[in-house]
Design a protein around this ligand. Structure first.
Ligand code: AGP
Length: 615
């Protein structure tokens, strides 16, 4: 959940770390800090709140040095106040630590250390790590920071990403990854090295990075780095080249990253389709899935695991895979799945969908699947992330960095990836003839253009948002493949505008939620010209009969709906399977405009973080 940046080299580390943190602020943003080694001491600057506060503090009390670490926090233990912000210093100021994860046994460790006379200055679990390191440095590790860290982390329960700096060996940073509390990338440069929890933090400086696996440690100096296991064995690891263009992580003409990312979707969907459909031969090609026709035919069902928006994307994918590949699909929350002792074997393919590739619940579900012998696939946006690495095969979203905490382009590209997956499975399993694939592929090829046309609703949606932004409850209704869009539309609204919103399958209204409807309740109804159109119309009538304000998403050319709903947003016609992509774009814009109108912090909504690396 937190963001970590480290630097060792020949330049002043402060601007590099602060700029890196700026790019990671979307991960956690309740407090922030930096530690530098200079003049034989470790100097720390920390602030509650956002990075701007730290910038002011560093300006008022300057600090510089050629080695340092920084952190932007999403609080788990201890309020978001200065004393709980990272980096945390050891009692004697010999070591300093930044950390992502939860020390599950921190209370026990804290008691033991306190009994030995250690004085704690924060309420965090993280502080036990640095106190343990200082303790082991004097007992057993002979002052060596890597050895002391190795011994200390063996005392910790839970998953962690940790970076340590020492006053005794100020030429190196030590980074450790245990489990799935977030990644550690080591970036290489000339006479300099970088450490980051996420690629965008250091992309301006290097495109050459290697990634720590669980239970590995990196000892990173100005001119060298060494990767070891926590057992002390050397690991041969070469940097890979990361293709992202850092420009795409800049807001440009847009007011918010979320707005930019909504408008990016015609491009990102094009990139997702690119190279994966052979239009001439009516074939889908997904080499990164590592799947043969023989293996595809052994699969008897698919289980999709994901969280939040990615889970809703999985609910749409279920329609694709069942219809196009004729395979049963179950969709489950990553956070629930592993606690059910699920029935899995090699005839099940488990598909994890995760934008960040680091969501701890989704990763745990993947591990459960792997342990039980299932085939494990992932759909991931973050290149090099854990979910990409531990899967038997993956499909990348190709959405480019998504900075806004509310997921938008990662949602639509993951939907498109599942459409490609369904076509591919249908093709390999002999369920789809080339002619059928051609028709579906042509519909897909038109999608970016239709997304572009949907984005032209911008002005109308802004106007609508001005009319409805002050309501405090919203109901979103859909049926069939558009029911998950009702869920996603409601999630978008609640997470960025803090308005209470619920998504419901429209047919369920009469079983309870209709009791909520009155003239204070806007109802957003997805009523496209598909096989449930008539049923949606009757739901709209029932809502209107109870004085709801009905906002309908409708298909271009539908004049009937104008007579039923208060506001109509017309979407271009597309195949029913791909219609959710257009509906969601309109609902993303609606949520965005309502949130802007309410003056909310759209890109960094309260209490949320971009990568959820704690349970
Ligand atoms: C979406 O807007 C959210 N902020 C959140 O629900 C997110 O989709 C979820 O945490 C899963 O993230 P992932 O795709 O990175 O695994």
């Amino acid at each position: 959940m937190c963001g970590i940046v480290g630097y060792v080299g020949v330049r002043d580390a402060v601007p590099i770390i602060l700029d890196g943190l700026q790019r990671l602020e979307y991960r956690g943003y309740d407090s922030v800090g930096v530690a530098l080694y200079a003049d034989n001491v470790i100097q720390v600057r920390r602030q509650a709140g956002k990075l701007a506060n730290l910038r002011q503090c560093v300006e008022a009390e300057p600090v510089s040095g050629t080695i340092g670490i920084g952190h932007t926090r999403w609080a788990t233990h201890g309020a978001p106040v200065e004393r709980n912000a990272h980096p945390h210093l050891s009692m004697n100021g010999e070591f300093v630590v930044v950390h992502n994860g939860i020390v599950e046994n921190y209370l026990e460790l804290r008691e033991e250390l306190s009994a030995e006379g250690v004085i704690f200055k924060s309420d965090t679990d993280t502080e036990v790590i640095v106190q343990l390191i200082e303790e082991f440095a004097s007992n057993g590790a002979h002052g060596d920071v890597a050895e002391a860290t190795r011994l200390a982390v063996q005392q910790l329960r839970g998953a962690h990403a940790i970076v340590v700096m020492s006053r005794r060996q100020p030429d190196r940073l030590v980074a450790v990854r245990i489990g799935n509390a977030g990644g550690i990338a080591v970036g290489t440069g000339e006479h300099e090295h970088f450490i980051a929890s996420d690629i965008p933090a250091i992309l301006d400086y290097t495109h050459h990075m290697l990634f720590l696996e669980s239970r590995q440690m990196a000892i990173v100096k100005r001119d060298s780095y060494e990767i070891q296991t926590l057992g002390g064995q050397s690991v041969h690891a070469l940097p890979q080249s990361i293709p992202y263009d850092p420009i795409s992580a800049v807001k440009g003409e847009f007011k918010h990253f979320m707005q930019k990312e909504i408008f990016d979707q015609a491009r990102s969907i094009t990139d997702t389709i690119g190279g994966r459909v052979d239009f001439e031969n009516s074939q889908v090609v997904l080499p990164s899935l590592n799947l043969t026709a023989e293996r595809a035919q052994q699969i008897e069902r698919v289980v999709t695991v994901a969280c939040g928006t990615s889970y809703y994307s999985g609910l749409i994918g279920k329609f694709f895979i069942e219809q196009l590949a004729r395979l049963n699909v179950e969709v489950d929350y990553g956070s629930e799945y592993r606690y059910r002792d699920p029935i899995l074997d090699e005839t099940t393919a488990v598909l994890a969908i995760t934008q960040s590739g680091e969501t701890v619940d989704t990763l745990a579900a993947m591990e459960e699947a792997r342990d039980k012998g299932a085939l494990v696939w992932s759909i991931v946006n973050a290149v090099g992330s854990q979910a990409m690495r531990i899967a038997d095969g993956y499909i990348s979203m190709n959405a480019g960095p998504e900075i806004g905490v509310a997921s938008t382009k990662a949602f639509t590209t993951s939907v498109v990836d599942q459409y490609l997956l369904a076509l591919y499975l249908g093709q390999l399993r002999g369920k789809l003839a080339p002619d059928a694939i051609r028709i579906h592929a042509q519909a897909l090829a038109r999608l970016p253009d239709l997304v572009g046309r949907t984005l032209e609703l911008e002005g109308a949606i802004r106007e609508l948002a001005h009319q409805v932004y002050s309501y405090t409850n919203f109901l979103y209704l859909g049926r069939g493949i558009n029911y998950p869009i009702a869920l996603e539309g409601a999630l978008k609204l609640k997470e960025i505008s803090y308005i209470h919103a619920e998504g419901y399958p429209a047919g369920e209204m009469k079983h309870g939620p209709i009791a909520l409807i009155d003239e204070q309740m806007p109802v957003v109804a997805i009523a496209l010209k598909d096989k449930v159109y008539d049923k949606m119309l009757s739901q709209i009538e029932q809502a209107k009969a109870r004085d709801a304000i009905v906002i309908a998403l409708a298909t271009e050319g539908d004049t009937v709906i104008q007579t039923k709903a208060d506001h109509v947003l017309y979407l271009p016609e597309t195949s029913p399977l791909l219609a959710p992509v257009l509906s969601v774009v309109a609902l993303q814009l609606l949520a965005y405009d309502v949130a802007v109108r309410r003056g909310a912090d759209v890109d960094q909504p309260r209490n949320l973080a971009k990568s959820v690396t704690v349970e």
